[in-house]
Write a protein that binds this ligand. Structure first.
Ligand code: ADP
Ligand code: MG
Length: 297
């Protein structure tokens, strides 16, 4: 069942088409990754869904209600972390957390202190003194302390260090275990893929792919850097292997993710001395998309 849905959503700013027919759907109990480069239209989509801005045309629904007209009702059941968190400079972090929770109708799970501890936030400081990361922590603590049915998180980890990112991921997984739904935006696929049941890829205001990551696996390549004892003269002819480059005994190449086990088995026959892999990037996905569409690349 869908908790959130847009249909042919458009938003124009003068001549700029920030959104150009966006269709996304988040189902109950699901973590949906909303992925796209900067300027793709992620925040605009989320702001329309939150009723902060009005769409030019198209539909946006949450819990079956209209995102614009029924915003007040809808907001009682959602928690939102904006992309750039602006806080009241003269209030302390703790005061702002309480205020956020109150603004959401005061539905809390009583775990505020626990999340303040987990995110290692000093709630007694005035917000004006907080770094971007600390402002994000304030918004995250307020969101996860709210008893919401849907969490809308706009690039929530962009100012957090890797340790805090881990904590954030645990929080999302816990929310998911409780059967809640999450819409999580990011411009880095690898950052969110572990968390997401499905992802939608947006580029220049249009959704170019939607599906589970395994459904998209055929679109992704893993980058391998391998050093072998014996040379592999026929590596580039193996199925699923692309862009082979060789520097002495070290080979760098891309592998279609679905051929990864066969290629690794082949390579291991030459005696692996060292192997490194890098996850497929968003750019890889786009590149494959255009190849598939018969594009220039
Ligand atoms: N208030 C605005 N006025 C004019 N253009 C805007 C405004 N907000 C966003 N845009 C433009 O809309 C596009 C999408 O922006 P945004 O939704 O913020 O992207 P993302 O969150 O994916 O980085 C960009 O080209 C951006 O410059
Ligand atoms: Mg944004």
């Amino acid at each position: 069942m869908a908790v959130l849905k847009t249909r042919n959503l458009t938003k124009h700013y003068g001549k700029i088409k920030a959104l150009d027919g966006v269709d996304i759907q988040v189902n109950e109990g699901e973590v949906f990754g909303f992925i796209g480069p900067n300027g793709a239209g992620k925040s605009t989509t989320l702001r329309v869904l939150l009723g902060i801005i009005k769409a030019t045309s198209g539909e946006a629904e949450i819990f079956g209600q209209d995102a614009w007209k029924d915003a007040v009702e809808i907001h009682k059941r959602i928690a939102y972390v904006p992309g750039d968190v602006n806080l009241w400079p003269n209030l302390t972090g703790g005061e702002v957390i309480d205020l956020f929770i109150k603004l959401r109708g005061g539905h809390t799970n009583g775990r505020k202190e626990e999340f303040i501890g987990k995110f290692d936030l000093d709630p007694t400081k005035k917000c004006r003194t907080y770094s971007k990361g600390n402002r994000q922590k304030v918004a995250l603590v307020a969101a996860f302390s709210s008893d919401a049915d849907l969490y809308i998180l706009d690039e929530p980890t962009s100012g957090l260090d890797p340790l805090m990112e881990r904590i954030f991921q645990e929080c999302v997984m816990e929310v998911k275990r409780e059967g809640k739904s999450v819409l999580l935006s990011s411009h880095i696929l690898s950052e969110v893929e572990r968390l997401c049941d499905r992802v939608g890829i947006i580029r220049q205001g249009q959704i170019i792919e939607t599906g589970s990551l395994s459904e998209m696996r055929h679109l992704t390549r893993t980058v391998l850097l391998v050093e072998t004892k014996q040379p592999m003269p026929e590596l580039s002819q193996r199925e699923g292997v692309h862009n082979v480059e060789r520097l002495e005994d070290v080979y760098s190449f891309q592998v279609d993710s679905e051929k990864l086990d066969k290629v690794i088995a082949y390579v291991s026959g030459f005696g692996i001395k060292k192997i490194e892999s890098a996850p497929p990037t968003l750019e890889d996905l786009f590149m494959r998309h255009y190849e598939g569409a018969g594009g220039e690349r």
